[in-house]
Ligand binder design. Structure first.
Ligand SMILES: [Zn+2]
Length: 81
């Protein structure tokens, strides 16, 4: 990650280190997966298979989106059957 992607306010980042992130829901999926963004440091997180939060990477977001599509597709089929 580049330096530019980090927040300019070191105090807020320190707050995260001391008190933990302040999560705000960024996006929620029908699959019950959610993506969060820390309102202090703007770091993004998602839930892994264990229900724990981990840093959101483009790969993880892609997985979330694929799972969502699959879920919607499955439900649509069930409804029409
Ligand atoms: Zn944070």
């Amino acid at each position: 990650m580049s330096i530019k992607a980090q927040t300019k306010n070191p105090f807020k980042r320190l707050q995260c280190k001391l008190f933990g992130h302040r999560y705000a829901i960024l996006r929620s999926y029908q699959t019950n997966k959610k993506e969060y963004e820390c309102s202090h440091c703007q770091k993004q997180f998602t839930e892994n298979d264990f229900g724990e939060l981990e840093a959101l990477t483009p790969k993880l977001r892609r997985i979330n989106e694929v799972m969502e599509k699959f879920y919607v597709f499955k439900n649509a089929r069930r409804r029409s059957a």
